[in-house]
Design a protein around this ligand. Structure first.
Ligand SMILES: Nc1nc2c(ncn2[C@@H]2O[C@H](COP(=O)(O)OP(=O)(O)OP(=O)(O)O)[C@@H](O)[C@H]2O)c(=O)[nH]1
Length: 485
């Protein structure tokens, strides 16, 4: 009975999985055909569209799904050949259309498929690809794959009699249109597809397309500003009838970079796609296709430059992480020796300018080796961690805690002269004896060396004096008596 239920459940799960895969394929096909229809609406010459969004979807699908995308892309590419025939009213015989469709599908899928293959191989060879590597590979692959699709696509149409042989002006708008579609939309579609196919994430380098929970209010404002700028340039171009106005579109790189530097890669890619769509749709709506090539180039240049901008937030985060590693002790979170002395120099200069005293404490756990040997290094680590927590709890925010190494720590006490610094050391010593220890009869004993930093004295000189006092305290009978075994 139970087996029966389990079997039914499994069958249901299989059915669900099959459906969701079929649904994905249908959604991909519908999106491809809708994008193709949109690009056909933006044609300014036969076979020359302002941009060709299906190129971006094909490249993204082949990148994420591999050759599994072919059963969707090939029929779509054949179908649109028949659709073109109806749109242009050319009424070619079905056999010729089929031959032309198969040739176009082969050329399109082969060009973008090989491009995707090269990109996957290049990036996979690199264990952790950097954002500039991913972006450079993507730009080169997009340019070469779209050029290949253009040259072979024109040859295919000529061979099947769909266009007159040697139409020289066609290749540049075709190529830039395909390139614009691939450059602008591939990252966005990769982002959308990678939610369904998470295996793509690891080889995207610093470009994580996973959604982020940052506020969307300011992002919407930035997008609105960009669209406003697009409308302003295109309206001016349409109104003044001067082709020079079109070049103002290149200024859009500024707000685009702002979005890329301040938002997640997915939001950056979405913004590039929205702005480019707005340019393509409005150029078609305003009927200013005479400047189409300028706008095509603007779309490509803005997108290509913005992708390199993706590297900046990733590098800033990486830098922050590295400087944290260099300045903070990994176990206790106290400042490292170098960072402690750097910060102390600044603090000392600041306090001296205000006429305030500064003191330095150096401390060392007594017989720490015995704790490690008796209770293990994990117990020793816990004591170091608890010691720094206690120091933080006992000291002021402005006091700086550093780890010199091993079981030796130092504290900079801005604003405290020697007497108050010694009182602080005594308070800390007492608080540390209260720390929970691994053994029942064990108490934590810590020795201190205290020094006030004299006028004109350096931190290192004061540190040496404090360290001598620490050694003297270590040699004193009290420290020797307080055993920790
Ligand atoms: N658990 C742990 N032990 C550490 C760490 N760094 C250094 N130690 C140990 O700290 C001990 C320091 O030993 P010593 O310098 O002889 O100091 P001590 O045993 O406290 O002797 P006195 O200072 O003379 O009282 C060594 O056993 C080191 O292995 C650490 O990060 N974690």
């Amino acid at each position: 009975m139970e087996q029966n239920h389990f079997g039914r459940l499994r069958a249901l799960a299989h059915l669900g999985a099959g459906r969701s895969a079929a649904f994905r394929y249908v959604a991909l096909a519908v999106s491809w055909l809708v994008l193709w229809r949109l690009s056909a609406l933006m044609q300014y010459d036969p076979h020359a569209s302002l941009w060709f969004p299906p190129a971006g979807l094909s490249l993204a699908a082949l990148l994420v799904m591999g050759w599994r995308a072919l059963p969707v892309l090939v029929p779509c590419a054949i179908a649109v050949t028949f659709w073109i025939d109806r749109i242009y009213g050319t009424h070619f015989p079905t056999r010729e259309l089929l031959a032309s469709g198969v040739l176009f599908a082969t050329v399109h899928c082969l060009s973008y498929g090989l491009g995707a293959l090269v990109m996957r191989r290049t990036i996979r060879r690199n264990a952790s690809p950097s954002t500039p590597t991913v972006v450079t590979t993507f730009l080169l692959v997009s340019a070469l794959a779209s050029l290949c699709a253009t040259v072979l696509g024109i040859r295919a149409l000529e061979a099947t009699g769909m266009i007159a042989p040697s139409t020289p002006s066609l290749w540049l708008p075709w190529w830039i249109g395909d390139l614009a579609g691939a450059l602008v939309l591939t990252p966005l579609f990769v982002g959308l597809l990678s939610w369904r196919y998470p295996q793509i994430e690891p080889w995207l380098g610093g470009l994580s397309f996973l959604p982020q929970s940052r506020g969307s209010g300011s992002y919407a404002g930035k997008l609105a500003l960009e669209i406003l700028a697009v409308v302003a340039v295109l309206a001016a171009d349409a109104y003044f009838h001067s082709p020079e106005t079109a070049f103002a579109m290149f200024f859009l790189i500024l707000p685009q970079m702002w979005v890329v530097y301040t938002e997640s890669p997915f939001r950056g890619a979405l913004s590039i796609a929205l702005v480019s769509t707005a340019i393509a749709v409005l150029v078609a709506l305003f009927g200013i296709t005479r400047d189409a090539l300028v706008y095509q180039f603007a779309i490509c240049v803005i997108a290509a430059s913005a992708y390199f901008g993706f590297a900046v937030p990733a590098l800033v985060a990486q830098n922050r992480h590295l400087s944290e590693l260099a300045s903070t002790d990994g176990l206790t979170g106290a400042a490292t020796k170098t960072h402690f002395f750097e910060c102390s120099e600044r603090e000392l200069a600041d306090s001296r300018s205000q006429g305030l005293p500064v003191s330095l404490l150096v401390m060392d756990i007594d017989r720490f080796k015995a704790i490690n040997d008796g209770y293990g290094h994990a117990a020793g680590d816990q004591i170091l961690l608890n010691l720094v927590r206690t120091l933080r709890h006992q000291l002021r925010q402005s006091d700086l805690i550093g780890r010199f190494g091993g079981d030796e720590f130092m504290v900079l006490l801005p604003g405290l002269a020697l007497d108050r610094a010694e009182a602080t050391a005594e308070r800390l010593r007492r608080a540390l004896t209260e720390l929970r220890m691994p053994g029942p009869d064990l108490g934590l004993s810590v020795s201190f060396g205290v020094a006030a930093i004299g006028d004109g004295e350096s931190i290192m000189e004061a540190f040496r004096r404090a360290d001598e006092r620490l050694l003297a305290a270590k040699r004193s009978p009290r420290a020797a008596d307080e055993t920790v075994t």
